[in-house]
Design a binder for this molecule. Structure first.
Ligand SMILES: [Zn+2]
Length: 83
């Protein structure tokens, strides 16, 4: 059974997928079906794909920064309450 490597254009997740019959592959992370089939090595990504990946990474970073900030606010609030 052929295994293909895909890049999700929705969330820039890379994953391998067994392709069975005519089932449309979808991203395991977000369920998106905007997938780019990656060729075997050497892997060449288009600038458009890199842009998607960078945007997704920036979104991830922003979310992590927000999460850290919320954690800190929660910590400070609980600290104030108890102390
Ligand atoms: Zn995805």
């Amino acid at each position: 059974m052929p295994v293909f490597e895909y890049l999700c254009k929705e969330c820039a997740q890379e994953f391998e997928l067994l392709v069975r019959g005519s089932a449309a592959p979808s991203c395991p992370a977000c369920g998106g079906q905007e997938l780019e089939k990656l060729m075997s090595l050497p892997r060449v990504k288009s600038s458009a794909t890199r842009g998607v990946a960078m945007r997704a990474a920036k979104r991830r970073d922003a979310k992590q920064a927000r999460d850290r900030m919320h954690e800190r606010i929660r910590y400070e609030q609980s600290h104030d309450r108890h102390g």
